[in-house]
Write a protein that binds this ligand. Sequence first.
Ligand SMILES: NC(=O)c1ccc[n+]([C@@H]2O[C@H](COP(=O)([O-])OP(=O)(O)OC[C@H]3O[C@@H](n4cnc5c(N)ncnc54)[C@H](O)[C@@H]3O)[C@@H](O)[C@H]2O)c1
Ligand SMILES: O=c1ccn([C@@H]2O[C@H](COP(=O)(O)OP(=O)(O)O[C@H]3O[C@H](CO)[C@@H](O)[C@H](O)[C@H]3O)[C@@H](O)[C@H]2O)c(=O)[nH]1
Length: 440
Amino acid sequence: MRITVVGAGYVGLTTAVCFAHLGHEVLLVEKIPLKVDMLRRGEVPIYEPGMEEMLRENLKAGRLGVTSSLEEGIQFSDVIFICVGTPQSEDGSADLSQVEEVARETAKLMTSYKLLVEKSTVPVNTHKLIKRTVERYLKKKDVPYDVASNPEFLREGSAIRDFLYPDRIVIGVESERARKIFEELYAGFNCPIIYTDPATAELIKHASNSFLAMKISYINMVADLCEKVGADIKLVADGMGFDKRIGREFLNAGLGWGGSCFPKDVRAFIKMAEDNGVDFGLLREVEKINRRRIERFMEKVRSSLWSLKGKKLAVWGLSFKPNTDDIREAVSTKLVPLLLKEGARLVLYDPKAMENFRRVFPEGDDLKYAPDPYTAVEGASALLILTEWEEFQHVDLLRVKELMELPIVVDGRNIYEPSVMKQLGFEYHCMGRGVKEPPA
Ligand SMILES: NC(=O)c1ccc[n+]([C@@H]2O[C@H](COP(=O)([O-])OP(=O)(O)OC[C@H]3O[C@@H](n4cnc5c(N)ncnc54)[C@H](O)[C@@H]3O)[C@@H](O)[C@H]2O)c1
Ligand SMILES: O=c1ccn([C@@H]2O[C@H](COP(=O)(O)OP(=O)(O)O[C@H]3O[C@H](CO)[C@@H](O)[C@H](O)[C@H]3O)[C@@H](O)[C@H]2O)c(=O)[nH]1
């Protein structure tokens, strides 16, 4: 089948590359010329494991093209996936201007049937706004079209796997013609495919994201309690997670949730509920708990070091989670300014996100970037861990200890075993876990 994908961000690029991989003919439309040039050369503007290889393979096979012309995209196929950004507006709601623009420009160019698919995360009933826009801008009023919702659930860092092997596919359609197109498109997928109305599909996406954020905030509160009573949050999460109704995923306590999705989507869901007369106080609390994680971590840093003034601190991990170079709403972007404000001198290291971070936080007298984790800890009074990159599991901790001025580690992601760290001679602070003394 021929498919047009508009927007070459995490979602659009993954959608385009994966559909091409599955044998469809895909044209990817991106409005930033620099991105178009890079993609045509087989270069990926973001770090996403496996993406570059798959992009090159599909460009070479001629199944995937990249253009900056929406007109070309509209002429290319009948199925237009809208994958543009829906960032947060000042009042917390989703800014739908990019979606509106695509709907408007598509309508102006449409001369035959099109299926417009919302893949971006949008508030409930956005499909109605798209329809209204299309009606307004259609040059010939009798051109048939459908608008459908097919929300995307992929995670950054595992985007390709999540797209190709999803837990479920959700499709909100209003016509048999649109449904048939989706049936053909997703024919090879071996997972539940839920056909519903567009409003329900739009809500499934938001309800899922907010639920996951709630799960993390919940476990973070339990982690605080664990610290007070001497229990171990990892074991509590394991014990809860074996219950199939709960599940172990998204029960990792620590610095809380960030990224380009949860913060803006939880906010948008609260606003959406409020606009519809529903007070979602529960989610406001979920946000509040998440904001407090930063302060909880700072308390640990302060109490382990007394004053931060003039102290050299190493920071490992800047991306909002491992396997991505994305620093949008990453805890690092909030913690680094706080640490600098309290007088600390920082040396930062991240396997992939340093370039992005440096653009926002340029190097200065008190802020340096290290080429590897060992250089970062040289002479440091403490090591702070903000992201659980796999690489940190494999460092030589004895070498780390030797390089540091003081062997203090404040781990915001619980990546090491407290008892092992103690044996190695570290003063190890983590989130919700104490060092268990061996039984007498
Ligand atoms: N990032 C994720 O992991 C993820 C996962 C699921 C859903 N989502 C949702 O999907 C949507 C896209 O997210 P993203 O992270 O890919 O966004 P992004 O900001 O990384 O990418 C959006 C891209 O669309 C392009 N664009 C905007 N208007 C355009 C137009 N008129 N024509 C062509 N290109 C245009 C932008 O230049 C940009 O490259 C959002 O609604 C997001 O909430 C994101
Ligand atoms: O047990 C956990 C799991 C995650 N996180 C944090 O939660 C945030 C989000 O993580 P994750 O969900 O893995 O990343 P995203 O790529 O933002 O993906 C989320 O947001 C996407 C955009 O809507 C959805 O498509 C995905 O299903 C949803 O998981 C990150 O800061 C993680 O560090 C935790 O603190 N503890």
